[in-house]
Design a protein around this ligand. Structure first.
Ligand code: 5GP
Ligand code: ZN
Length: 112
């Protein structure tokens, strides 16, 4: 999608240090880390919200969550980690989702 920062990263129009990618997802470091280690796992397909997922998206999300668990030591997360998805609501944005392209925060590297 035009003007979407994560679509631009996925297309290589904005540089990021992609540490993992497959047919469905990319993982790269968050530009403004909220933990000693903070990655974002981002579906290559642009959609803003969990409620917009089709069956294939749901299956891909399950696969990436499992994949993240297998990357634990590669990502330096052997002491545990947090996965988090912020979601804007129809009437407000209590979670503070800023980038309207679904993404999973992966945080660790110290006590959270
Ligand atoms: P949200 O609040 O939408 O869940 O989080 C968006 C995240 O994207 C924030 O943690 C922010 O630091 C990160 N972010 C925003 N723009 C960029 C960027 O251009 N590159 C990277 N690597 N992360 C970004
Ligand atoms: Zn996008």
């Amino acid at each position: 999608m035009e003007d979407c920062i994560f679509c631009k990263i996925i297309k290589g129009e904005i540089t990021s240090n992609i540490v993992y990618q497959d047919e469905d997802f990319v993982i790269f470091p968050d530009i403004n880390p909220q933990a000693p280690i903070h990655y974002l796992a981002v579906p290559k397909k642009h959609f803003p919200l969990l409620k917009e997922m089709d069956e294939a998206d749901k299956a891909a999300l399950g696969r990436i969550l499992y994949k993240i668990s297998t990357l634990e030591s590669d990502l330096g997360l052997e002491n545990g980690y947090r996965v988090l998805i912020n979601q804007k609501g129809e009437q407000g944005n209590d979670a503070g989702q800023v980038v309207m392209h679904l993404h999973i925060h992966i945080m660790g590297g110290g006590k959270l």
